[in-house]
Structure formats: structure tokens, C-alpha cells
Design a protein around this ligand. Structure first.
Ligand SMILES: Cc1ncc(C[n+]2csc(CCOP(=O)(O)OP(=O)(O)O)c2C)c(N)n1
Ligand SMILES: [Mg+2]
Length: 353
């Protein structure tokens, strides 16, 4: 199966352009743009971990290592496409939205789930895989309306063991829904390594069951991510139906800041994966091509640092979360069960029985 679903790569871990058919397609401008976005995201991610450690942010799911998968796929979308993210896809959201709008999710504020006007980004899905059938529905609706909007839905390796994964893919295949199923295989579902939750050798091969294309890509090669996602979106827009993309990547750090990865894996082994890092790889490629030098790289880092400091400043002027929000944004009119929970909780906060 690994042979039938080889990992597609355009630039290898040493920054070598291995797929020469992209020679004139991968430009200086594109490389610089991709690099800048990945550095912004890594700076933001590291900042968030520090803020959490200082008690200035709630539990936070880090993404370090997955920057290429998220930035590359988000940049492949058209402005009015639909995106359905999970809790780990804040990079994809911010890049697609062209604005860092969602940090306050980790402070319990609803604004973090509200994208800039005109951007079709759903609130992050925490219940694993539940977003897949919904994304299929969104794509079917777009097709029914005769629009050219496609949908992309993100999910992890662990999500492929849920029924919703199979329901989403089957329905999308049957109705030729214009949806791209974008899987980030980061090796783990919290503490469970991929080999303990499935016998399949790849995630891409699961597409066979639904007779849709399954593409396995190097998720740390931003060019492979960008171009394969673009192709899948094109197929969707042309009425050819869904595609399953497996972006093979790695999460260096913890599942969330509430998790201790040393309890289930050797972190020195994890750190060795930096050999395949998406940012250093692009940096080597750009230096080899003469697209970047140390001064340019330093400037990008400094610009990112300044931008993220500003984002944090804005974040910290927000008022504390409103407890009503927890109950008020699930249904337009709350069910009696939610109303009861809300009343009980508010009574509790007032110190009443
Ligand atoms: C339906 C459901 N079951 C269990 C959980 C608890 N849970 C939260 S994250 C997670 C692991 C998901 O792993 P994966 O899909 O690989 O995504 P990753 O966190 O690696 O991005 C689990 C089991 C949940 N949120 N929802
Ligand atoms: Mg995972």
C-alpha cells in the first residue's frame, strides 16, 4: 500500500527540488510568501505556549511541525470557499482569513470563532470527526446552488477511526460533493500512536473504499501541499467530486498544553524529526535558489515578532469571557435541557441552591 500511495514531494528535506516539473512554477515570490506565513505561524504558536504557561491563555493545542500542511492548504483556497477546521487548525484559519482572529477561543471568548466578514470559516470542531459529514453537506449545498465554492475539511489521523469519517466520505462520493478531505497525519491521537489505532498502512488508501482519489503527500513540503490541494479543489469545482489528501507530518510538542508527551513517547526521538522540518527545508531551498539570504530571513523573523506582539496586546484588552456564551450559542433557541443547565449554573455562581 505504501507503494501504491507513494508520498508526493516537490522539495525534499535538504531543500532540493526533486520534482523538476515544478522548476519554473515555484517562483521566488511564492517561496517568500510561503516562508513568511510559516514563520508568522510558528512565532504565534510559540508565543501562545508561553502565554499559557504564564496563565495568560487557557489550554492551547500546539501546531509546531504542521505549519506547511496548514499554510499550504489554506493558501490553495479561493476567497469564497468554505473551511471547516478542528481545534488544531488555527493556522489554516488565520491564513485563509488573512487575519489572526481566533486566539481568544483559548480564553473562552466567542469572538475567537467569528471570522472576518465574508470568510466562510466554521467554528472549530472539538468532537472528533463530526465536522466531516457537515462539510459534505455544505459542499452539496454549494453544488445545488450552482456555485463554484468548494469546501475543505481538516481532521487528524485519529479521526479516521470514527464512524463520521466514513459517513462523510461515502456521502461525498455518492453525491460528488465538491469537498476536499484534508487529513493531517501527525502520528498521534493524543497518546495513541497511529499503529495502535489502525491496521491500514496509509490513510490515503481508505479512499479506495469510496472510489475517490486518495493522495499521500509530504505534509512538511509546502509546495506539495499547496499544489496537490489546488488540484483537488479544481477537481471539486469541475464537478469531479471529493478527494482525500493525507498530509504526512509530525507534531513535535504536546497534544495540548494539558498533555505531557513524555508519558507516552521519547521526546528526543520526536525532536530528531526536525530533520524534516517544513521551515528549515524551505529556507535551504530558498538559499540554494538565491531567493533568500540571512538578512532577509532575520527581517522576516523580526516582522513576525512585532506582528504577534501587537496581536497579543489586542487580545489582552478583551474583557473576561461571559459565562452565558457557553450556553447561548449552541441553538438559536436553547433546548430546555440547555436552559436548565444554564439556570442551574448561574444559581451556583450566585451561591444559591
Ligand atoms: C468524539 C470524540 N471522542 C474523543 C475525543 C477526545 N479527543 C480529543 S483530541 C483526540 C485525538 C484526536 O487525534 P487526531 O484526530 O489525530 O487529531 P490531532 O489531535 O492529532 O490533531 C481525542 C480522542 C473528542 N474530542 N471527541
Ligand atoms: Mg493526530
Amino acid at each position: 500500500m505504501e507503494l501504491e500511495f507513494p508520498i508526493k514531494q516537490i522539495v525534499d528535506k535538504n531543500g532540493e527540488l526533486v520534482d523538476k516539473s515544478y522548476e519554473s512554477i515555484v517562483t521566488k515570490e511564492m517561496s517568500q510568501d510561503f516562508y513568511r506565513h510559516m514563520v508568522r505561524i510558528r512565532t504565534l504558536d510559540r508565543k501562545c505556549i508561553n502565554l499559557q504557561r504564564q496563565g495568560r491563555l487557557g489550554t492551547y493545542p500546539p501546531i509546531e511541525g504542521q505549519e506547511a500542511a496548514q499554510v499550504g492548504s489554506a493558501l490553495a483556497l479561493e476567497d469564497d470557499d468554505w473551511m471547516y477546521p478542528t481545534y488544531r487548525d488555527h493556522a489554516a484559519c488565520n491564513i485563509f482569513a488573512k487575519s489572526i482572529y481566533n486566539l481568544s477561543i483559548w480564553l473562552g471568548r466567542v469572538e475567537g470563532n467569528v471570522p472576518p466578514k465574508g470568510k466562510n470559516i466554521l467554528p472549530v470542531s472539538v468532537p472528533i470527526a463530526t465536522q466531516l459529514p457537515i462539510a459534505t453537506g455544505i459542499a452539496m449545498a454549494s453544488k445545488k446552488r450552482g456555485s463554484k465554492q468548494a469546501a475543505i475539511v481538516y481532521f487528524g489521523d485519529g479521526a479516521t477511526s470514527e464512524g463520521d469519517f466514513h459517513e462523510g466520505l461515502n456521502m461525498a462520493s455518492v453525491f460528488k460533493a465538491p469537498v476536499v478531505f484534508f487529513n493531517q497525519n501527525n502520528g498521534y491521537a493524543i497518546s495513541v500512536p497511529i499503529w495502535r489505532q489502525m491496521n491500514s498502512r496509509t490513510i490515503a488508501q481508505k479512499a479506495i473504499a469510496y472510489d475517490i482519489p486518495g493522495v499521500r503527500i509530504d505534509g512538511n513540503d509546502i509546495f506539495a501541499v499547496y499544489f496537490e490541494t489546488k488540484k483537488a479543489l479544481e477537481r471539486a469545482r469541475n464537478g469531479e467530486g471529493p478527494t482525500l489528501i493525507e498530509a504526512v507530518t509530525w507534531r513535535y510538542g504536546a497534544h495540548t498544553t494539558a498533555d505531557d508527551p513524555t508519558k507516552y513517547r521519547d521526546q528526543t526521538e520526536s525532536e530528531k524529526r526536525r530533520e524534516f522540518d517544513p521551515i528549515t527545508r524551505l529556507e535551504s531551498f530558498m538559499k540554494q535558489q538565491g531567493y533568500a539570504d540571512d538578512l532577509w530571513i532575520q527581517n522576516v523573523a523580526e516582522e513576525a515578532r512585532i506582528e504577534i506582539e501587537e496581536v497579543v496586546k489586542r487580545l489582552e484588552t478583551m474583557p473576561p469571557p461571559n459565562v452565558n456564551d457557553m450556553f447561548d450559542h449552541i441553538f438559536a433557541v436553547p433546548t430546555w435541557t440547555i436552559q436548565e443547565q444554564k439556570d442551574r449554573y448561574l444559581r451556583h455562581l450566585r451561591g444559591e441552591k
